[in-house]
Write a protein that binds this ligand. Structure first.
Ligand code: CA
Length: 228
């Protein structure tokens, strides 16, 4: 069961990491960004069901991010703030945030708030988001099966993890080091050529023409992206 997609905007890496761990453990898909500019970009591509938004951020502050999100959607926002005196304005009409937490907060409590706000917004956990569907490719993360144009595709556990990771972030460009960090165990740290090798094998299995991939694209000089 997928509980929903949560975009976490937090420039303190330690806080972001803890929040991510707790949300993932409770079945949420999590995307972390560290500044306001990235928040707005990722809001458009990740399409979160809820945003956890720190008030003090580099580049574009949390207030402005909240305002811009409100300008285009009703997606619930939970603000994180160290400044309790601002809370009334944040949650009130001025910004339209749905809830807030004052730092330091309990990550367990934050997950409870996320769940409550999503429920209030009428969000239903969706069995369908166990499946990622694209043109000629269906990836099911529960059964860990993949259907290509020519039927079921047999992948190794690692190939599946790699495919699922990029396919669940369509359009996002990843460096080999980022993929290594996200998909592989730590003992592979630094050996980015293993990513190249596995991406080649994965293409050979899921792409009808591996030399001209439809989904698993190379971004020259950077790494890879999944093109939906
Ligand atoms: Ca901050």
């Amino acid at each position: 069961m997928n509980e929903g997609r949560v975009l976490v905007v937090e420039d303190e890496p330690m806080v972001a990491e803890v929040v991510e761990r707790y949300l993932r453990r409770d079945g949420y898909d999590v995307c972390i960004v560290h500044d306001g500019k990235a928040a707005l970009t990722e809001f458009a591509s990740f399409q979160p069901d809820l945003v956890v938004l720190d008030l003090m951020l580099p580049q574009i502050d949390g207030k402005e991010v909240c305002r811009q999100i409100r300008g285009r959607s009703q997606t619930p926002v939970i603000m994180l703030t160290a400044r309790s005196e601002e809370i009334d304005k944040l949650v009130g009409l001025e910004l339209g945030a749905d809830d807030y937490m004052t730092k330091p907060f309990s990550p367990r409590e934050l997950v409870a708030r996320v769940r409550a706000v999503l429920r209030r917004a009428g969000h239903q956990p969706s069995a369908n988001s166990d499946t990622l569907q694209f043109d000629g490719l269906v990836v099911n993360r529960v059964t860990r099966t993949v259907e290509g144009l020519r039927g079921p595709v047999q992948l190794t556990a690692l190939e599946f993890d790699l495919l699922y990771y990029v396919a669940s972030h369509p359009g996002q460009v990843f460096s080999r080091a980022q993929l290594l960090d996200a998909v592989w165990d730590y003992e592979y740290a630094g050996d980015t050529s293993t990513v190249t090798v596995h991406m080649r094998r994965l293409r050979a299995k899921v792409e009808p023409d591996p030399s001209r991939p439809r989904h698993l694209k190379t971004v020259w000089g950077v790494g890879y992206k999944f093109e939906p």
